[in-house]
Design a protein. Structure first.
Ligand SMILES: *Cc1c(COP(=O)(O)O)cnc(C)c1O
Length: 398
């Protein structure tokens, strides 16, 4: 077993070797610009981009002409939200989103409020799932767009996209989802979910960083977006800039592998995740799961360990790479907006870890992680006068 062990797949995933193999010829030999029309270098690159567009579309139940390549989910969110809001400004000025969105959505929406739009941020239930009734109640005559993420990046909770899609279609609203955590992990079909816009990044599904895509509906109704940059008019004028051919090829392969492997990978990761949880719960008291255990990504787990500081825990866990479960960022131990939104008490938020298992994790690694967590938590609890004083039984569970 090699260490450190990587269990932070919500942050990023390793590039699958098959993805890298698909990309290498486009660095070495086929390095052409996909927009070059006068020679075979350009044609070869363009054919590769077209092929990748088909692979991406196939994973999402979309058509190739509905896929726009971007630098990743952040840019896709920006283009989708700002582009759609500006295009629909005549129709209305109101946007609806949720309190647990990624900052790339929340901050883009907030920016739009400085540009003449109004925003309703819908709260979520304590289990980390948005209540469709609350979305429905937030809709006004002037509402133009609803944005709800597919899966939350801190909690791993899955949102009821099908119901929200139905609601948006009934009310004639655009429906956008930030699906960065869900694409390639759980089935997502833009037709079944009645999505109009979907954002994601390659690096969350074993592809390279700095490449992603935006699905923009054209079937049934054609979604108009105002482009957010100017230049050579690539990607049907929606995203100017020389296309990242190697990245696109990697994204395409990552999508094809995800489509082919999901049925086997999801249950394997769910079993590993459940083993991790069971192993920890068997040996430690006062552990709580943050977010619904039922509506959750299969590889995902977010736990709070009463009586320990997340930072100290992460330090002791040195050779198991996980993230704080609910801290804004490492420089800031304030509870995250997600932890606040689901009402996790601040001390429990500060004691939480997020585990993101992935394609290359093994049972042996999970068992190692269990031991590491259990030892680290026991040690910190035994050193914590506060935890002992709370009357719990930290050391009696062996
Ligand atoms: C990772 C992530 C993003 C941002 O993706 P980038 O590749 O950094 O642009 C946006 N939304 C969610 C939910 C994410 O998990």
């Amino acid at each position: 077993m090699q260490r450190p062990i990587y269990m932070d797949c919500h942050a990023t995933t390793p590039v699958d070797p098959r993805v890298l193999d698909a990309m290498l010829p486009y660095f070495r030999t086929h390095f052409g610009n996909a927009a070059s029309r006068t020679h075979s270098f350009g044609w070869t690159a363009e054919a590769a981009v077209d092929g990748a567009r088909e692979q991406v579309a196939a994973l999402l139940g979309a058509e190739a002409r509905e896929i726009v390549f971007t630098s990743g989910a952040s840019e896709s969110n920006w283009l989708a939200l700002r582009g759609a809001a500006q295009a629909l400004r005549e129709r209305g000025d109101h946007l609806v989103t949720t309190a647990i969105e990624h900052k790339a959505v929340l901050e883009t929406c907030r920016r739009l409020t400085h540009e003449g739009f109004r925003l309703t941020v819908v709260p979520v239930r304590p289990d980390g799932i948005v209540d469709v009734q609350r979305i429905a109640a937030a809709i006004e005559p002037q509402t133009i767009l609803v944005s709800v993420m597919a899966a939350n990046n801190e909690l791993g909770t899955l949102q009821p996209l099908a119901e929200i899609g139905r609601l948006c279609r009934e009310r004639g609203l655009l429906f956008h989802t930030d699906a960065a955590q869900a694409v390639g992990k759980v089935p997502l079909d833009v037709e079944a979910l009645q999505l109009d816009l979907l954002s994601f990044s390659a690096h969350k599904l074993y592809g390279p960083k700095g490449i992603g895509a935006l699905y923009v509906r054209r079937r049934g109704r054609r979604v108009r977006l105002v482009p957010q940059n100017e230049g050579g008019g690539q990607e049907r004028g929606l995203r100017s800039g020389t296309v990242n051919v190697t990245g696109v090829v990697g994204l395409g392969m990552a999508c094809e592998l995800a489509a082919a492997g999901m049925d086997a990978e999801a249950p394997r990761l769910r079993a590993l995740r459940d083993r991790l949880l069971a192993g920890i719960l068997r040996q430690l008291n006062d552990v709580t799961v943050n977010g619904s255990m039922e509506q959750r990504l299969p590889h995902s787990l977010n736990l709070s360990f009463a009586g320990v500081q997340g930072e100290s825990l992460l330090m002791l866990m040195n050779d198991v790479a996980v993230s704080p479960g609910a801290a804004c960022d490492s420089a800031n131990s304030e509870p995250s907006h997600v932890a606040r939104a689901i009402g996790v008490p601040d001390d429990l938020a500060r004691s939480s870890l997020r585990f993101g298992l992935g394609r290359f994790n093994t049972e042996e690694e999970v068992d190692y992680a269990i031991d590491k967590v259990v030892q680290s938590v026991r040690r910190l609890r035994s050193e914590s006068p506060l935890y002992a004083a709370a009357g719990t039984k930290p050391l009696e569970d062996t």
